[in-house]
Every structure is written in structure tokens, then in C-alpha cells.
Design a protein around this ligand. Sequence first.
Ligand code: HEM
Length: 330
Amino acid sequence: MGHIAPHPLERIPLDEADMIERVTALQIEIMKGRDPKRRGQHPKQQALLRGVFEVADSVPESLRAGVFAAPARFDALVRASTGPMPKESDPNPHAMAIKLLDVPGSPVGTQDFILLDQPTFFIRDVADYVSFFEAAQTDPSAAGFFKSRPREFGLNLTFNVVIASHLERQYWSEVPIAMGGGAARLTLIPDVANVSGRDPVTTPDGLREALEDHFVRQGREAKFVLAAQAYVDEATTPIEDAMSLWPTPFEIVATLTLPAQDFTAPEQFEFCEHLSYTPWHSAPEHQPLGGIQRCRKRVYEESQRLRHSLNGVDDHEPTSADLARLGPCL
Ligand code: HEM
């Protein structure tokens, strides 16, 4: 991924490149202090799941761009993860990272949508991220940063929860991507049939066990819809403020089906460990937008470069041919 020109909707602070270098350096330092062979954030994988992503045939005009331009079907690789607490019974953010395969027009062949179970990010922009990261260097609770920022503190608190299963959560992109000349944020909404009635997990690997129970033991599929909310203007739907909640309605743009499957082979776990998800694996029509997204470009590249070199693996994007490496549908 080389240099990508700013999108017309972006407003880039003059000193942002230096701040991004600072965040990148701090992130690499943090990785080296933990386990640099693993992801710098969201290191704990619960599952790599095969999925089928189908673009709806009724996508509104303002959202009809890139992969949503016309009805289509893509194979997908979905990584369910938590981070940073190692025990799944501890409060954590939860994530679903969706990688569409064999995407025409994507320079790397894939389109990634990375989603967390909170509607907005807890940091506004790169300048604040530097302050947060610097405070967290000396005190992991970053109390020095949060003490003068109650909104950020509140958002960070609600990030960390204990849940029953990834299949029962709603997820958000939190930050925007382009939709051609416009922009949008995304949300992934579970089907009501995914709900198990289970209690929140009480064991260190409870979330992986919940997925095993659903897909392998019960042999059930799980479904989600993906919905997008369109950018209107900078005042209503700010591109550069990752903490703002956009008030525009969500419109359904696709469905994601995760068939009943056996995802439990150690080789599948290992394959997922070495995959790279980043919002910058994208078709040009879905360029990630805003300071936090621009920062993620450098940070994810460096985190991935470091762990791939330490693990002695190549960084290349998978194709549908790699689905043969996964366990069977049941
Ligand atoms: C400047 C802000 C951010 C920084 C510095 C950051 C940093 C990172 C790093 C270093 C990784 C590991 C990359 C790898 O080695 O593969 C990662 C993964 C991840 N990040 Fe971020 N991140 C940021 C913002 C966000 C936001 C806004 C979201 C909201 C969706 C997010 C969600 C995730 C998820 C879900 C993963 C795991 C992806 C996977 O399954 O491989 N991050 N982040």
C-alpha cells in the first residue's frame, strides 16, 4: 500500500504525519514489551469463520458504490476477537473483522470491514491518541489522560463488558469509509435467531466455547445484516471526529451468513494468526476516512510487518482458494 491521496471530505492537520509516527513508535514499543509475534491490539482470537456476504438488491442510491454498487456475493473470512484482557470472562471490547475475498477493483484483492461492539471510538483524533498513548505508557489506566476528559472516560468504560457470545452483539465501524464521492459508517446487526439465552461467560475461553457450541455441537448457522449510514455534511456527520455519533439512519446494504462449520482445527487457528486485517485493504471507492483511519494505515502496517517477520511468514492476502484450508461446513 503506497501513498494514497486524501479524499475531498478529509481535513488533515499540518502536523499529523509526525503524530502518526509517534503513535506507530509507541505501538511497536508496546508490542515488544508483550508478545511481538502477536497482534498489537485485539490479540486474542476466538475463531476464524467462513462466511458468505451478499450485497442487498435494494441499496439506496447514496450508498451504491464499490462492493455495494450492485447485487453480488463474496466469500468472507471472519475473525472474532477480544482485547486486551486475556480472559474472556474479563470485561473487554469484542470484535468481528470481515474480509471479503476476490473483490474486483481492490488492489490487494480483498475488502476488510473491521467492527467493534461500541458505536463510536473513545478518542476523537490523532492528537488525542498521542496524549492517551503517552499517558498509558507510565500508567496502563491512562488516568492522567482521562481525568480531564469525562466523555472519553465514559466511552472507554462502556467499551469493556462481559458478554455471552459474539453472535449476539451489534458491531460498528466507529469511523467512516468513503462510498465513492460520499462516505458512510457501518454497523453489523445480529439476527434474532442468533440469541442463545446464555449468561455472560465465566471461563477464560468461554467465548470460543460458545462459538463451538453454536456452530459445531448444535450445527447451527448464524446470520447478520450489515447496514450503512450516509455522510450528510461536516456539521451533521463529522469525518474527523471519531467520538461523534452520527444521527443519520442506517440502511441495510448486505447480509452475512456464517454457516454451521467446524472451525476448531489448530491449523485454522494458526492460519488466522497470520492474516492481516486493516481498513486499508479496500477498493478505492471505500478509502478509509479521517485522522484515526489515516493513523491506522501506518500502525497496522508496522504491527503486521513486525509480527510476520518474527513468525517467518509472508504477508499476502488470501483468495477463495484458501477456503480449502478451513474446516468443513456441517
Ligand atoms: C489510532 C487508533 C488505533 C490504533 C493505534 C489501533 C491499533 C491496532 C493494532 C496495532 C492492531 C493489530 C494489527 C495487526 O497486527 O494485525 C489493531 C487491530 C484491531 N483494531 Fe485497531 N487501532 C486503532 C483504531 C481502531 C478502531 C477505531 C477500531 C474500531 C473498529 C479498531 C478495531 C480493531 C480490531 C477489531 C482489530 C483486530 C483486527 C483483526 O481481527 O485482525 N481499531 N489495532
